[in-house]
Design a protein around this ligand. Structure first.
Ligand code: ADP
Ligand code: TRP
Length: 324
């Protein structure tokens, strides 16, 4: 029996979403809603590993929902829900943990990077990939669209599914990551990977003042205006190329190569392009935030659908291992 294509991804409500999240993950999520069955959830349990303020977590959860809806997620086509509306997930995570070796988790880059950056090494942070595997396996998804930094977690999920299937018989579908090729690593204002935790992010729906400040703050070298410049080596061009049409990007590349085109001018062009591209969605986002009850209705309806799939898988796993 062939399974229909089911896309599943999660996004943590651990800060306001930025261009890296959009081009690396959200844009694909939204495009895929017309290519198969799509389920996307707000990973609020995962966010507890970094957000420890209840009011903020609730607010950021609504913020992610409003962001997706404003950017074109159609709740009639795709299922948008809150991870915590299916708390049975933790049972599945436990079943997976009992067949998973410490060594697999010890190799997780995301864990090592976070600890190296000073995030306290809590048990939850270490266990994070197990909960993520439960997310992916519970919904029997075959394709997981994520940014490049999450691909290893999807590989680990395949391993955990394999250990369980090996011990108890075929129970889980093995998923595959799909990484956006155009934007596997979107650079931030300092040239490093854009991340809300590096202070180098350009928020998607920042107000005009904050957007201008972030764009004007992009770090450049000190080449004079007249000098020809290599566009592939600068963040202004890389971000512009993601937001603009191919013809517009080619025109900016040409201007940089020819010389006589300064970084200040390019920043202005980037700022204008970001406003043009995301301005209408920003208006819709603000409208959604004024209607928290409607946001809640979308998330509840999504959870009802997601729950059916998850509970059937969790039940199968319980039976396979002798809990039920
Ligand atoms: P952050 O690094 O800002 O905390 P998350 O880890 O919450 O972002 O990422 C959410 C999604 O966005 C993931 O699928 C991740 O791979 C993607 N993503 C985040 N930052 C980038 C980036 N700079 N380039 C490409 N994709 C990104
Ligand atoms: N770890 C992912 C991130 O930081 C979020 C996430 C949680 C996720 N569970 C998932 C992504 C399941 C894909 C599938 O971006």
């Amino acid at each position: 029996m062939t399974q229909p294509i089911r896309f599943l991804s999660g996004i943590q409500p651990s800060g306001r979403l930025h261009l890296g999240n959009y081009f690396g993950a959200i844009a694909q999520h939204i495009a895929l809603q017309s290519e198969g069955e799509a389920l996307y959830f707000i990973a609020n349990y995962h966010a507890l590993t970094t957000v420890n303020d209840a009011t903020q977590l609730r607010e950021l959860t609504r913020d992610v929902a409003a962001t997706y809806l404003a950017l074109g997620l159609d709740p009639q086509r795709a299922t948008l829900f809150r991870q915590s509306d299916i708390p049975e997930l933790h049972e599945l995570a436990w079943l997976l943990a009992t067949v998973t070796g410490m060594g697999l988790l010890e190799r997780a880059h995301a864990y090592k990077d976070k600890v190296a950056r000073g995030v306290p090494a809590k048990v939850g942070l270490f266990y994070y990939p197990v909960l993520m595997a439960a997310d992916i396996l519970a919904y029997r998804s075959n394709i997981v669209p994520v940014g490049a930094d999450q691909a290893q977690h999807v590989e680990m999920t395949r391993d955990m599914a394999g250990y369980f299937n090996h011990a108890y018989g075929e129970t889980f579908v093995l998923p595959e990551a799909r990484v956006s090729e155009a934007a596997s690593v979107v650079p931030g204002t300092d040239g490093q990977k854009m991340s809300k935790s590096y202070g180098n992010a350009i928020e998607l729906f920042a107000d005009d003042g904050a957007l201008k400040k972030a764009v004007m703050g992009i770090v450049t070298d000190s080449a004079p205006v007249d000098a020809p410049k290599d566009p592939t080596k600068n963040v202004i061009f890389q971000l512009y190329a993601l937001a603009a049409s191919p013809a517009e990007a080619a025109a900016m590349a040409e201007a940089f190569r020819a010389g006589g085109y300064g970084y200040g001018e390019a920043k202005k062009a980037l700022l204008a392009k970001l406003k043009e591209r995301f301005g209408p969605a920003r208006d819709r986002y603000r409208e959604w935030l004024k209607r928290p009850d409607d946001l809640e209705d979308v998330l509840r309806a999504g959870a009802t659908r997601a729950r059916q799939v998850a509970l059937a898988t969790i039940d199968a796993a319980r039976r396979a291992c002798g809990i039920a």
